[in-house]
Design a protein around this ligand. Structure first.
Ligand SMILES: *[C@@H]1O[C@H](CO)[C@@H](O)[C@H](O)[C@H]1NC(C)=O
Ligand SMILES: *[C@@H]1O[C@H](CO)[C@@H](O)[C@H](O)[C@H]1NC(C)=O
Ligand SMILES: *[C@@H]1O[C@H](CO)[C@@H](O)[C@H](O)[C@H]1NC(C)=O
Ligand SMILES: *[C@@H]1O[C@H](CO)[C@@H](O)[C@H](O)[C@H]1NC(C)=O
Ligand SMILES: [Ca+2]
Length: 501
């Protein structure tokens, strides 16, 4: 059965489990004349029509190449890791000063360490730490470990087990050495990088692009519509980011909320705005691909945009545990964050995908480098997304290489931001491409019967088989030349619907 969902129909979708296709139009209908409408009911008609039509004016000629001047995030963490064998013969993975967090370590335990040994290990480490001196305060980042040394509880993701220790380097080394038979690797904790970039004014061309093959046709038509498999209903998307402004008009009716903060000191919203932007591209009611998906935000980056590898891992554990309690819901995890290369992060991602059957979509990164050299973009089980421009060109900042699975629009992407309930902004980055893939998967999942849950490998396959090939220009050394394409297969031609029908 083929169901084309038109705007007003969407509201009654609660009872319809199966949706063959959804047609989305991006903006409110113009005030008069015949109207083409889609799945996105836009209650704020007058306002948004005005705002958005203005944004469109003249936008078609916006060039992207060469205009990118990433400001907030330069490639500070694009440095190779250094492996050092400590005296203890426990492997220490250390990073350059620019990216490491002083005095904080992630201690990975042996996979087969029995529960009782894990407990006694922690007890012993905690009691040794009591005899060491306090950590020296340094000005600057709120991430700095201060005050008394401490050891957090063990985090377990599949077979991957680890804990976070705050201690002076010499104390860490002494302690780990006495317990070396329990430990595989110690990682210095590292800072996060938000993978969004420059601020342009523009328009959400990216959604419009997803249902057309050739860029020439796309530019000629600009039909301002997207035809996609479903609407995301019944799908939970877990966004590990800076949180979400849940009362933004893009997320009304409880479409998005913060379900967990990895640090209790974080605010209950998204002062930074990155997570609100990403979430808008996934499930926002005007800017999102899957407008009825539910965004569960897990805040792993604070309001200043600062975060750490250990916070990401803690957030990932929370996502996995939450998803495990909801076996009947469909879920996708989205991570638009970049960290220096860490086998621990990549292994935890691998484990989540393989063991728990949870698809994870990650941004390739914006350092103009091979995505395999970063985490989690290099995790082989993740779906790694790089970005394209309006002209299907890979912007020169977008990471590339064999670890990229697919390209999606990521330059000049308009979406919600957190500064006001109705604020929008246009950002560029692989962080903006990643949510389009997440939204596309949510849309696809919602089009399947509730009992059908494709595996992460099948979802990757779905994306790859449909993708438009050899369309991306300057895809980069080793990159697969695939562009996200989601046009609903059972609806070959765009259809128009009467909004009052
Ligand atoms: C982006 O640009 C718009 C207007 O050009 C401005 O209002 C907004 O504050 C900018 N956002 C950021 C994050 O710089
Ligand atoms: C993915 O997560 C990143 C942060 O980890 C966030 O910025 C982005 O909005 C999210 N996107 C999706 C599709 O969930
Ligand atoms: C992730 O899994 C792949 C196999 O799918 C493996 O080759 C790779 O080494 C794993 N990465 C880590 C860091 O464990
Ligand atoms: C957002 O809403 C405020 C009132 O709450 C209004 O003054 C402002 O013009 C609106 N901005 C946009 C972009 O619609
Ligand atoms: Ca289109």
């Amino acid at each position: 059965m083929k169901v084309v969902v038109c705007c007003l129909l969407v509201l009654s979708l609660q009872s319809v489990r199966r949706v063959a296709c959804v047609q989305l139009t991006f903006f409110a209908p113009r005030p008069q004349g015949p109207v083409q409408v889609g799945g996105a009911a836009l209650p704020h008609t007058a306002n948004s029509a005005q705002e958005d039509n203005t944004a469109y004016a003249g936008g078609d000629d916006l060039e992207e190449e060469g205009r990118f001047e990433g400001t907030t995030i330069r490639a500070v963490d694009a440095v190779p890791k250094v492996h050092v064998e400590t005296e203890s013969r426990v492997r220490l993975v250390s990073y350059t000063k620019a990216v490491r967090i002083e005095n904080r370590y992630i201690v990975q335990l042996k996979e087969d360490l029995p529960e009782s040994r894990v407990k006694s290990h922690l007890t012993a480490v905690r009691s040794s730490l009591k005899q060491t001196g306090p950590l020296v305060a340094k000005a600057g980042s709120p991430l700095l470990a201060l005050g008394q040394p401490k050891v957090d509880d063990v985090i377990t993701i599949g077979r991957v087990k680890f804990y976070v220790m705050e201690a002076r380097p010499e104390d860490m080394d002494n302690i780990v050495r006495t317990k070396k038979s329990d430990v595989t690797t110690v990682y210095e904790d590292t800072k996060v990088k938000l993978l969004d970039c420059k601020n342009f004014t523009g328009w959400p061309w990216g959604l419009d692009r997803l249902d057309m093959r050739a860029v020439r046709d796309f530019r000629a038509e600009r039909d301002k519509r997207l035809i996609v498999d479903g609407d995301g209903m019944g799908v939970d998307v877990y966004v590990l980011d800076t949180g979400i402004r849940a009362d933004h008009r893009e997320f009304r009716k409880n479409r998005g909320k913060i379900i967990h903060k990895v640090d209790p000191g974080m605010s209950d919203g998204d002062t930074h705005g990155h997570g609100t932007h990403v979430s808008g591209l996934i499930a926002g009611r005007r800017f999102g691909v899957a407008r009825l998906a539910r965004v569960n935000a897990i805040k792993v980056v604070d309001d200043k945009g600062e975060g750490s590898a250990s916070w990401l891992l803690s957030g990932l554990e929370h996502a996995v545990n939450t998803i495990k309690t909801k076996p009947n819901r469909k879920a996708v995890i989205n991570i638009s964050l970049g960290y220096p290369k860490s086998d621990l992060i990549d292994a935890a991602i691998n484990e989540t995908v393989r063991l728990y059957n949870i698809p994870i979509v990650v941004a390739a990164g914006n350092e103009a480098m091979d995505a395999c050299e970063k985490s989690p973009s290099g995790a082989s089980e993740a779906i790694t997304v790089s970005a394209t421009s309006y002209h299907d060109i890979r912007p020169k900042w977008a990471n590339y290489g064999p670890c990229v699975d697919i390209f999606a629009p990521g330059n000049n992407m308009k979406s919600s931001v957190s500064s006001a309930w109705n604020a929008t902004d246009t950002l560029s980055g692989t962080s903006m491409a990643c949510p389009l893939v997440v939204g596309s998967l949510a849309a696809y999942l919602s089009s399947l019967p509730a009992s059908v849950k494709p595996s992460p490998a099948e979802l990757k396959d779905y994306l790859i088989k449909r993708a438009t090939v050899n369309e991306v220009r300057n895809a980069g050394k080793g990159s697969p030349n695939r562009l996200l394409y989601v046009k609903c297969s059972s609806l070959q031609e765009p259809q128009t619907c009467d909004p009052l029908a």
